[in-house]
Design a protein. Structure first.
Length: 383
């Protein structure tokens, strides 16, 4: 994670796209005003003084328009000074124009966008014309020097085309960040697309092999993060970190939630930025207590697991979906996480303690055989 604290601003839940498996967007709804942005800044300024990453998410955050970002970005930077503020955004880029691109570039806002593979596959899941419009936005971002990475959502259907998807990312030189399609607490619309945990685990191992086999033409951020977490013995992305109290989301009306995935769900609302709740007041909310119960469950249930320190039971939201919001289980993708963590750990042990692995490492040379986990770590350190 970039910083110890993460604030997600959700300017709107509206989105012009109609992705088949999406559960976090709406066709209509309010847009955050600048008074709410200022209230969020003022609330955060009194909450802590940690360095912060502010991520604009949605819905589609660019629906808020250029005037919003021209005012909001400097407002956040100045209002939270002198602490370090980093920005990020998740957007399909359909609404990106020269004016918006210029302000994102000026404030060094990297953007994560979404493409699920070749155009025919992507548009089958995300809607006709999606690829063309997003690629046009990516080109606009490139011309202005805005950094863009690409998130690929694997569904129960698209995972069958994994070779074609990897080929698409290699041919285009896109850095891949992947998500499995997920079920939701809101409704059951995404369920036909949800990637089964066992298949997700096998996909991660497949992608590890592809990454190691094509080091010059493929980079997968998830694999980097998984390998790094094994080395440093803690989760380095929110799925595998204890995010309670270090991540909050603010909805269009100023409502405070534990994460963007809960925005708009009244039972997960922790207050409003306009009321400037203290940490103690946040901790007293039902939403906080339910997530604290998940933390306690993980401490007990996952104690025998050798990966507990850097897995932490996975994502709390994922764990709450099957139970309707009660902390009675871990993330259902535990099967996948254990599969890939076992694979990384076992391969690393073989490389270090089998053959000439340890001697090669001490001598500063690569062990015999095909590139492995240690070679991947060396590339990560050299970046």
């Amino acid at each position: 994670m970039k910083t110890p604290f993460h604030l997600m601003l959700i300017p709107t839940l509206r989105c012009p796209a109609r992705c088949a498996y999406c559960w976090s967007s709406e066709h209509t709804g309010p847009v955050m005003d600048l008074e709410t942005v200022w209230a969020a800044v003022d609330w955060l300024a009194g909450l802590n003084d940690d360095p912060v990453t502010v991520t604009f998410h949605g819905g589609e955050p660019l629906v808020a328009g250029p005037e919003f970002y021209e005012a909001a970005l400097p407002m956040i930077e100045e209002g939270l000074a002198p602490r370090t503020v980093a920005f990020a955004m998740q957007s399909n880029l359909w609404l990106l124009d020269d004016r918006l691109a210029a302000v994102l570039a000026a404030h060094r806002v990297p953007v994560g966008t979404s493409l699920d593979g070749p155009p025919d596959l992507n548009d089958a899941q995300r809607g006709k014309g999606y690829t063309e419009r997003t690629r046009a936005g990516m080109e606009m971002a490139r011309r202005h020097g805005v950094q863009v990475s690409v998130i690929c959502t694997f569904t129960a259907q698209s995972v069958l085309e994994r070779d074609a998807i990897v080929g698409f990312f290699r041919e285009n030189g896109f850095v891949m960040k992947l998500h499995p399609a997920l079920p939701s607490l809101r409704d059951d619309r995404p369920e036909p697309y949800a990637l089964p945990p066992e298949e997700y685990g096998e996909l991660l191992v497949y992608l590890l092999d592809q990454y190691l086999a094509h080091p010059d033409t493929l980079r997968i951020m998830n694999i980097d993060d998984l390998v790094k977490s094994v080395f440093v013995r803690r989760g380095t992305v929110c799925t595998f970190a204890d995010c309670l109290g270090t991540t909050f989301a603010v909805g269009p009306d100023g409502g405070i939630y534990p994460c963007y995935r809960f925005v708009g769900m009244e039972e997960w609302r922790m207050g409003s930025v306009r009321d400037r709740p203290t940490r103690a007041e946040l901790e007293a909310t039902q939403a906080w207590q339910r997530l604290a119960a998940f933390r306690t469950f993980v401490d007990e249930h996952c104690r025998p697991c050798r990966h507990i320190r850097y897995c932490r039971g996975g994502c709390p939201y994922n764990a709450l979906v099957p139970t309707g919001g009660e902390a009675t289980g871990v993330d259902p993708h535990c099967v996948a996480y254990r599969r890939i963590y076992d694979e990384i750990t076992d391969r690393l042990n073989r490389e270090m303690f089998g053959g000439d692995g340890m001697e090669a490492m001490l001598m500063g040379r690569r062990p015999a055989g095909p590139p492995g986990i240690m070679a991947l770590m060396q590339r990560m350190v050299s970046r």
